[in-house]
Design a protein around this ligand. Structure first.
Ligand SMILES: [Zn+2]
Length: 124
């Protein structure tokens, strides 16, 4: 525990943890995968079963480059007016979605009565 793996290495480990050794039928573990070389788009790992110690040799894994996070991504379909009106708000996250879910759930089965009518919604 406490080992740090790069996102690429974590993805490889998670992939192999779902696979079983052909010789002893145990799942591979994080210590079954040894990082030999990591470059921007290629990771080379050595795979050895940590139970029966069967050596599977090396695997060369091609990685897609990781997306570069951007603060100023404008959602598809937003007009200039939408950008001006909405870009001052922070993007919602998973917690916001859960909070909204709980709020709507607590409104009861007839929650739709709280929504404005179609005509009023257009003016928002
Ligand atoms: Zn094995």
């Amino acid at each position: 525990m406490g080992e740090f793996f790069s996102p690429a290495m974590s993805a490889i480990i998670n992939y192999f943890k779902q696979k079983k050794c052909n010789y002893c039928n145990e799942n591979f573990e994080s210590n079954s995968i040894k990082l030999l070389k990591q470059e921007t788009k290629v990771v080379v790992v050595q795979i050895t079963c940590s139970f029966c110690h069967h050596a599977y040799g090396t695997a060369v894994v091609a990685m897609n480059s990781e997306p570069i996070p951007s603060e100023n991504v404008i959602p598809i379909g937003w007009s200039k007016k939408d950008v001006k009106r909405l870009s001052k708000f922070k993007a919602i996250n998973e917690d916001d979605v859960l909070t909204a879910h709980r709020f709507i759930k607590d409104l009861g089965h007839d929650w739709i009565k709280y929504l404005p009518t179609t005509n009023k919604r257009k003016s928002i």
